[in-house]
Ligand binder design. Structure first.
Ligand code: ZN
Length: 282
């Protein structure tokens, strides 16, 4: 009766229930392929038909990257500033509330301390489903905190961005997170501590234009979109048509902007090999 409970029941449930009940359901890839949730988890969110690396919730990332899926989350006080009292279709405050409810996280990033094949690391992971992974004051606070811990404990810092850029609802304060995070990363570098960035889909806007491109080693996940301004804006500015693969991980590798493009299943081992080499040398 396994196929009844594993396949038929979830399919029926997916027809009846609302979309945001993830377990035991089917996940649809951009290519149209339907992945059963258990297979999706097993493949680390990579489509088994077309190889698309889907965006992951922060917990899933931490679980597959850190030894035994174990880690300690480090909390930073929640930012309550709404400098513009921003409102579009909804109030900014309400959007934040909804995002917190949906992701069960305080903001678009999570800091975790754990080990990669026995090497201590501080990880900062973005969750795109929290307001497009946008960088506001809270994200800045978290990156500062993670840098401080990295320096204090002398352990490598790894950041995995997945972000549309600065959080416009916080106006100029969101843009100020660009120099703020760069200064934080500079401290890590001055202390000769390894700083690795794993560019995941998408890394764009103010995130791409600040701490995300400053890694000692820049790794990109396969197929990730990485860039500052959008394609159309650039085409209109330079009055030229740009290639189809523009702003993709492979394109950036070809043009020397990043060090490597890695399949998600190899990511942990790749980071480990880099860390082993650098940490041993130090
Ligand atoms: Zn697919």
């Amino acid at each position: 009766m396994n196929w009844l409970t594993n396949y038929i029941k979830p399919k029926l449930e997916s027809l009846v229930k609302k979309k945001d009940v993830p377990k035991n359901l089917w996940i649809k890839c951009l290519c149209g392929n339907m992945l059963y949730y258990k297979d999706y988890e097993k493949s680390l969110g990579v489509c088994n038909e077309c190889g698309t690396h889907m965006r992951l919730p922060s917990d899933s990332r931490l679980k597959f990257l850190l030894d035994d899926g174990k880690y300690e989350k480090i909390k930073v006080p929640v930012n309550k500033i709404d400098p513009l009292s921003f409102k579009d279709k909804k109030k900014y405050k309400d959007r934040i509330k909804e995002a917190r409810k949906k992701t069960k996280e305080d903001d678009a990033v999570v800091i975790a301390e754990g080990k990669i094949e026995g090497i201590d690391v501080i990880l900062v992971v973005f969750d795109f489903s929290f307001m497009g992974g946008s960088m506001g004051i809270s994200v800045g606070d978290n990156i500062l905190k993670a840098s401080e811990i990295s320096v204090k404990k002398n352990i490598p810092l790894i950041i995995i961005p997945s972000s549309g850029g600065a959080r416009m609802q916080e106006g100029i304060l969101s843009l100020m997170q660009m120099p703020r995070t760069i200064a934080a990363i500079q401290k890590v570098k001055e202390n000769k501590i390894p700083y690795i960035v794993v560019l995941s889909d998408p890394t764009t806007g103010g995130v791409c234009a600040s701490f995300a491109m400053l890694g000692d080693i820049l790794i990109a996940e396969k197929g990730a979109t990485i860039g500052f301004a959008g394609r159309r804006v650039i085409e209109q500015t330079i009055k030229e048509t740009i290639p189809d693969n523009f702003q993709t991980a492979d394109y950036l590798l070809e043009h020397g902007m990043i060090d490597m493009v890695v399949h998600r299943k190899d990511l942990k081992q790749k980071i480990y090999k880099i860390l082993k080499f650098i940490v041993k040398k130090n």
